[in-house]
Design a protein around this ligand. Structure first.
Ligand SMILES: CC(C)(COP(=O)(O)OP(=O)(O)OC[C@H]1O[C@@H](n2cnc3c(N)ncnc32)[C@H](O)[C@@H]1OP(=O)(O)O)[C@@H](O)C(=O)NCCC(=O)NCCS
Length: 329
């Protein structure tokens, strides 16, 4: 008997209209377009300017589009998982707010925090719910309003990040195409290099934490860069090997969009031609949990049933991994 697996049956995304260009950043911090493009590959990022709107707003736009294009009724959704490090608030969870806005009444919901690897962690979790047989329609979201935790006085980080949301629908299938394997890892060895220090139970908000800018993302870029390259390339090689695949079998490598040099190094180390690597960092920057679903959204019209994809991510924690799937539509 054929094994039931989970397949992505739809993808949608949302990016805010406002484009924060390198030229505009030149007016805010001591930087320049040439430095940003050569060091990161980024030309512009989208920013949700409206202070009244949080991450859930962008996620709602993406999920609304997803429901429409897949002809799915809100009432038929069983589970909503939202990967984010910029939830609207500590609680209720952002997935809950999204479900409420869209009339998704028969689902349970929760957020998942794994920084830039959040979407892969959430995808694996959603996949397992579907494979359990108890959940027929699962929405997995990756969404972040990074502009709310970026320090626009820190030129080493403010150039990197943007806002956005992406979402996929997971459904069970007895056919061959779907999510096949995932290798996911966590190691808090990176906690000093990439974090947001205050706002949690260890350092709750105070005048002191605000004055010392501890509610902004902090990053020491060099160690993160190195760990990202070895983490992602290692996970890609491992998932290829475990599934008896070579790079020639893979149609697309879909890497987290952190820095073009990281992407190129991962492709090089995995011996993967750059023509088959999805790259949209130039227009969105690093949208944290949203980068991978936004790539799938941008490339959706080029994807064909049976295409073999490897998704790979690396993020704060550290967290990292790679997922192997075949495209189902
Ligand atoms: C942040 C990052 C782009 C910096 O690039 P880098 O090549 O490591 O640059 P360095 O930090 O060595 O800085 C080199 C110089 O450029 C300067 N610089 C840093 N940011 C700058 C900017 N925006 N504009 C101009 N100069 C800048 C530095 O001050 C430094 O000057 P110095 O040599 O006089 O001290 C890079 O480390 C990176 O991408 N890291 C990983 C980031 C990431 O992807 N994080 C998300 C999680 S996956």
């Amino acid at each position: 008997m054929a094994k039931m697996i989970a397949a992505i049956t739809g993808v949608a995304g949302y990016v805010p209209e406002y484009r924060l260009t390198n030229q505009e950043l030149e007016k805010i911090v001591d930087t320049n377009d040439e430095w940003i493009r050569t060091r990161t590959g980024i030309s512009e990022r989208r920013i949700l300017k409206d202070k009244e709107k949080g991450t859930s707003f962008m996620a709602v736009q993406a999920v609304k589009d997803l429901l429409e294009k897949t002809n799915t009724l809100a009432q038929d959704i069983d589970l909503v998982i939202c990967a984010t490090v910029t939830p609207d608030m500590h609680f209720p969870d952002t997935a809950n707010l999204v479900a409420y806005e869209l009339g998704i009444k028969n689902a349970f919901t929760y957020d998942l925090s794994a920084a830039c690897s959040g979407f892969l962690f959430a995808l694996e979790t959603g996949r397992r719910f579907v494979e359990s047989g108890g959940y027929k329609k699962v929405i997995v979201i990756g969404a972040d309003k990074m502009s709310t935790i970026v320090d626009y006085e820190d030129r080493t980080t403010c150039i990197l990040f943007g806002d956005g949301a992406g979402a996929v629908l997971l459904e069970p299938t007895l056919k061959e195409n779907g999510i096949k394997d995932a290798i996911l890892k966590s190691d808090a060895v990176g906690k000093d290099f990439l974090h947001m220090k205050a706002g949690g139970s260890l350092r709750p908000p105070s005048i002191e934490t605000v004055m010392s800018r501890e509610h902004f993302l902090y990053q020491n870029g060099k160690p993160v860069f190195k760990a990202a390259v070895s983490g992602m390339s290692g996970a890609v090689k491992e998932v290829l090997q475990r599934n008896e695949l070579t790079k020639d079998d893979i149609t697309w490598l879909v890497p987290h969009q952190a820095n073009i040099r990281i992407i190129e190094s991962v492709a090089h180390m995995a011996d993967f031609p750059i023509e088959r690597v999805m790259v949209n960092i130039q227009k969105y920057g690093n949208t944290t949990a949203a980068t991978i679903p936004l790539c799938l959204w941008d490339w959706e019209s080029q994807l064909k049933r049976g295409d073999k994809l490897i998704l790979t991510a690396f993020g704060g924690g550290y967290t990292w991994g790679a997922t192997y799937l075949t495209w189902a539509y």
